[in-house]
Design a protein around this ligand. Sequence first.
Ligand code: FE2
Length: 445
Amino acid sequence: MAGQSALLAAALAGAVLGTTAGDWRPWSLVAALLGLAFVGQFLSVPTGRVRIGPAFVATALAMALLGPAPAAAIAVAAMLPWSLKARTPRPLLFNNVVALTTYAVAGGLLFKALGDPGDAAVAELSTVLIVFAVYLATNFLNFLLIVGYLCLRDRTSLIAAVRDVYLPVVPWEIATGTLTAATVVAYQELGLVAVAMLAVLLVSYRHLLRSVVAVERQRDELREQVEELEALHHGVIRVMVETLGMRDRMTARHSAAVARFSRATAAAAGLSVREQELVHTAGLLHDIGKFTFPDHTLTGVRLTEEDWELIRSHPQRGADIVRRVRGYADVAEIILCHHERIDGLGYPRNIAGDDIPVLARLLSVADCFDVMTARDSYRATIPIEAALAELRRVAGTQLDARFVEVFVGVVMGSGMDFRHGDAGELEAELGGRAGGRSAYRPSRR
Ligand SMILES: [Fe+2]
């Protein structure tokens, strides 16, 4: 408060000492700039934490064409009614008065020191450069005075504020600085007509700016909605997999392993991040169709021909369930085809070769490997080396030979942990998804 008062006193002293009676003339220009500043406050557009608008242009013109005291008077007089109407808190209002007075007087004095731009004797180019430079410098000073106070009050970083709040509006400052410089030069020829043209330009520019800001806001809202929808989707999938895990730990662990192996294989095969996440999700859900089966079929002990018939329906059942989640048609398609074979002898559709979706062919490799090597599998487990040899043996008939080789390469060379984890494995795979960092985004179809 004491610092602000001292600054205000210094600015007022500078205004008194640096201003002559002639600086207040012509009165028509004082009135025009006051009007422009007043309307400019009204037309300002909030962008993030600051409002930008034409009021600064009016003040800058007053600094250049009038003098320190008229510039400060115009800046404060234009701001006060709006601040009072908005019930700006007193300390903040006082700081705004200090900031506007200080920067306007500083600008006015700078113009006097560098050569009066209103003086026809000063060359046009140097006028433009001086106005432009003083405009940018004083605006930054104003920003520091206003935001610096807020940073002190809220104990936040001024450097961060400059980076996050000031730098994004620099293009606007450059544009209005150029406009101000051009208007100062034009004023010497055209008088108030130049100010009127500037006003028209600023109003239409402000209209454009508001549209841009509105579009950005809509984009942010839309992004938020999409993220919420994705979180909802992931929640639904998570509930499905966790429910399966509660009923059948073996299938849940297997699903987590297949998801992990499939993503690693997809990455090694050079597939896109989206495909990697897609096949990971499909891995988690590929046996979800078994959820509907009676308990004894899950253990795989003493199954009848009818039981096998039922088990063979799990790709279709799983796909039917997952397809109901909007945006998961691609995942459902992989689930439907994960027991198809390259030679066409698989099920349920008996499709062959390239007719089988690429990611279903990839997932089949991981699926077979895990069934062969998992401790909890209902078949006898075999060592990893033997399992890889078996994958190679059936490459080209049962499995896609390309993905078998990629998979073998991943297991042999990656150092990835292909031992079978415990019950926590499912949680780890779901956790990776819930983080959302690289989670599969449902297609918008
Ligand atoms: Fe399966």
